[in-house]
Write a protein that binds this ligand. Structure first.
Ligand code: GYE
Length: 320
């Protein structure tokens, strides 16, 4: 009797371990109900990404369930929960911050709904691709930071007093763009990071933070922004303070928006490392592979270009 109970206990715990190990499958169907839980829509990058998903919904036969968390991780959690309740077939999720979205990802899995993270990731020490969610579709943010630093090291012309404008606190691109850049800069004794502060990936906050930091560090000669919107905000703040962006202060950034490419053409910005927002087609392709029973690699990598004065004019018409 005791032995039997023990055996049953073992079986249950084994079953739950197995269930934990297995990702929910995706049935092959002609049409899918697809959730896309956007983080916010206050910048051109996000708007371009949403457009890409909406266009793909037509070409890939999706009924798209779209939500906008308006800059709140708590709302994004509620949005994912509501997609689970609506019984979507799959969820594409850019977790606004690395930690708060984890429980929602695990709840989707427990309800048999596969999740693919898109454009941002979660804390890899807590959740794993291939176990808790299917995969992460996105760029190498550490490398983006390294490329920005390497361009700067080559083109600094004696400049090296840096202000860093960080993205949304706790988000994977902010964490990794900072790490990639800072580690590279640390190798160069002539360069120092004077201050590093979050501008939440937003143009207006980037402008305000730069205004304040300029008061404390009037000798700054480089600004590294984790995205183009904050870089444009920084350019506005510099101009308001009577400084010439591109001359007095070099601007280095990430994304590749239309405004950034225009700023490069105008000589106000030095470089922007591309981070593409056009995830719709890749999302369609990856979920089709998954429905066909393919094992998906934990990271479906997007490769990024580098935009400078040598190619900005050529690419501005495809920018967003
Ligand atoms: O760089 C930024 C956006 O997660 C890669 O988020 C994305 C970043 C992108 O708001 O502009």
């Amino acid at each position: 009797m005791i032995k039997n109970t023990l055996l049953l206990g073992c079986a249950i715990s084994l079953a739950s371990t197995m269930a934990f190990a297995e990702l929910p499958p995706l049935a092959k169907k002609d049409r899918y109900k697809v959730g896309f839980a956007q983080t916010e829509s206050n910048n051109p990058w996000r708007i371009a990404e949403t457009r890409s998903f909406k266009e793909t919904a037509k070409s890939c036969n999706w009924d798209l369930v779209y939500t906008d968390a308006a800059g709140s991780a708590a709302k994004q959690v509620a949005d994912v929960d509501s997609m689970i309740a609506q019984g979507v077939d799959i969820i594409f999720l850019p977790p606004r911050e690395e930690k708060p979205l984890l429980p929602a990802v695990l709840r989707a899995k427990a309800q048999g709904i596969p999740v693919m993270l898109v454009d941002r990731s979660v804390d890899s020490s807590v959740a794993k691709a291939g176990r808790d969610y299917v995969t992460f579709l996105g760029s190498n943010f550490i490398q983006q930071g390294q490329l920005a630093a390497q361009w700067l090291i080559k083109n600094a012309n004696g400049k090296g007093k840096i202000i860093e404008l960080e993205g949304t606190t706790g988000s994977s691109p902010a964490n990794d763009r900072r790490k990639g850049f800072d580690d590279e800069i640390a190798k160069h004794s002539g360069m120092t990071i004077l201050a590093s502060q979050s501008g939440d990936f937003s143009r207006d906050k980037g402008r305000k933070v730069t205004e304040t930091l300029l008061q404390a560090h009037p000798d700054v000669d480089v600004i590294y922004a984790h995205n183009d919107e904050m870089a444009i905000g920084a350019i506005q703040a510099l101009e308001a303070a009577g400084k010439v962006p591109g001359k007095d202060v070099l601007i280095v950034s990430v994304d590749g928006t239309r405004d950034a490419l225009q700023a490069i053409i105008d000589g106000k910005m030095g470089v922007t490392i591309e981070s593409s927002p056009f995830f719709g087609p890749l999302a369609c392709e990856t979920m089709t592979r998954y429905a066909n029973g393919e094992k998906i690699e934990p990271w479906v990598r997007v490769t990024d270009r580098i935009f400078t004065i040598s190619n900005a004019a050529k690419h501005i018409d495809e920018a967003y």
